[in-house]
Every structure is written in C-alpha cells, then in structure tokens.
Design a binder for this molecule. Sequence first.
Ligand SMILES: C[S@@+](CC[C@H](N)C(=O)[O-])C[C@H]1O[C@@H](n2cnc3c(N)ncnc32)[C@H](O)[C@@H]1O
Length: 331
Amino acid sequence: MTLNRNYEPKPRFVERIKLLLDNEDDVNKFFEVAKTCGKKSIRVNTLKISPEELVIRLKNKGWKINQPFPHYPEIVQIDSILQPGELGKATEHILGYYYVQEITSMMPIIALQPKDDDILLDLCASPGSKTTQAAAMMDNKGTILANDLNIGRISILSANLERCSVTNTILTRHDGLELCAKLKKSKTRMKFDKILVDAPCSGEGNIRCSPRTYVEWSESLLENFGKRQKKLASKALELLKENGEMIYSTCTHSPEENESVVQYLLDNYDIKILPITLPIKTRPGISKWKNETFHPDLKHAYRIYHHDNDMEGFFLCKIKKLSDNKKGEEK
Ligand SMILES: C[S@@+](CC[C@H](N)C(=O)[O-])C[C@H]1O[C@@H](n2cnc3c(N)ncnc32)[C@H](O)[C@@H]1O
C-alpha cells in the first residue's frame, strides 16, 4: 500500500477533526488511514455490459476482483495491484464497459434512485461519474441536463458520455447560478423531478489520493465554499418540482460546507430531509458546530469517513421539496 507521507495537516485541521470524531482512537485512525491509498474501484456500465460478463473478462485478464455489495453487483473493487494508468488503458475501459469511480462517490445516485421517466438536473456534473451512473440507472431513458462551469472538465464529461454510450443527456456549460436563473425565467418554467448538487468543495474527504489538499486548506477557504454552496443548492432547489427530490453532496467534512448548507435550505424553503439506506458505514450529521445548532433531522444527513470503509470521505443529504413556498427572506 502506497504511503502519502509528504504532506502534513495544519494544526487547525487536526483540531477540527478532533471535534468531529468520537475519541482519540478514532482520530488516530483517521490520520493513519489518511496516509494510505485505498483500493481501486470501478462501476460496471450496465448500458454496455452486464456485471457477470465484465467480471469474467476482468478475471480472465488475471485481475483479482470482488463485488462487495450483493445488491449492487455493478460495484467492483480491484484487489490486484495494477500498474499506474492500467485501469484507464484497459480495453474494457476504452470500450466503455466500466467507469473508474470511488465507491463513496457512487452513493449520491444510489440515494437519488433516478427513474427512467425522470427529468434530472446534474448541476455540477464534470467529469461525469454520477451523470453516467444516473444514465445507466435510467437505462438511457428520461432526460438528464448535465451542467458544469469548467470548459476543460466539460470536454472530459462529453468524452465520458460518448465512451459510455449515454444518449439521454443534454450538456451545458454555465455557472450553475446563471443556469438556474435562466431556467427559472424561461417561458416553459422548466422544473426537475430530481436534482443532484454535487458541489465544488474543499475536498477534505480526498486527502488519501490528493494529500495536496492539506497545503491549500484554510478555514477561510471552507467559509467561502460554504457561501457558494448555499447559493448553488438554494437556486437548484427552486427548480425542483413539488415532491421532487434533491441530493446535496460534497467530498468534504467541514460542517460549513455540509450541515450549515442544509440548515440554510431548511431555514428558507419548505423541505424535509429524507433518511436513506446506504450499503457502507455512515455517521449521522452533527447537531452543533461553533455557534450554530442544527435541526435534529440533520441526523439523517450522512457523514462518510475514509477510515470507516477504507474508502474516501464524503457527505450527502437527501431533501424532498414539500411546496414552492419560501420561508421569509433569504439571508
Ligand atoms: C465535485 S465536482 C463534480 C463531480 C461530478 N459530479 C462527478 O461525479 O463526476 C464539482 C464540479 O463543480 C464544478 N463547478 C464549480 N463551480 C461551479 C458553478 N458555479 N456552477 C457549476 N459548476 C461548477 C467544477 O468544475 C467541478 O467539475
């Protein structure tokens, strides 16, 4: 197992993790696992091949693999040590038979469960892990509007959609806030059955594979992300149909970017938080951070720590819109 020893967390990062976790052992485990790399994982692209067929092909290549969740045979972990780039260069990858994706990153679409007649907005979609996963779950039916701000990342998204034979997806390149404003003002007043806001974030959950996060990390960075996330999530929520469902997710642990954002939505919109059943170990959303006390239903938001599952860290929350009513003025 490769060790990422070159980067060290800042003292304030360590203090905050201590506040979030249960006890000293928990904290020690968090930082020990942070120095290691997790197993590689892939998601079978069921638009092109069945899990059974792909598993046979991969085993025939000599790869040791396992399918850790009986209910999700498309989720495959690679137990063999592969050469750098080998997963991406494999014929089966080029043919679009699988998508290289961290298991925790598969959880938002598992939680959202898009159906084949849904209209889905994926507001921050590049490079397309979750768009391609949703398209497969929808069997290329329904419609996905996949948007991202970054043109370079949109090109990768576009290539991934083509490689995976996704045909139910419209691509746009907009600032998510502008896109939401345009759609809200449009004559058709387009609204969505389901929305994913997989928000740009500080990436604290990715420190195992991206330890440089430690270098860029600061509390003001978290606060700035929090402000942007509140705007993106609330403007997206305004495009959700009544009784529609939205997932808000990040790959970070900071409450400023997680519970605080969901609390902001609860304060301003007529929504409720829905519990979800996920196949990996999760911890409930926290109830208090600094001077902020969160709604008790935030226990149904999910914190995923890398040392609980030997995966990456993540946060997600499923929100149901009860009505278009807004509570008071926006902050
Ligand atoms: C966490 S990544 C999304 C990952 C993607 N959902 C996936 O599963 O492959 C966040 C994305 O948000 C995009 N982004 C950043 N600011 C944005 C904005 N204002 N509007 C739309 N997208 C934005 C970034 O370019 C980045 O691709």
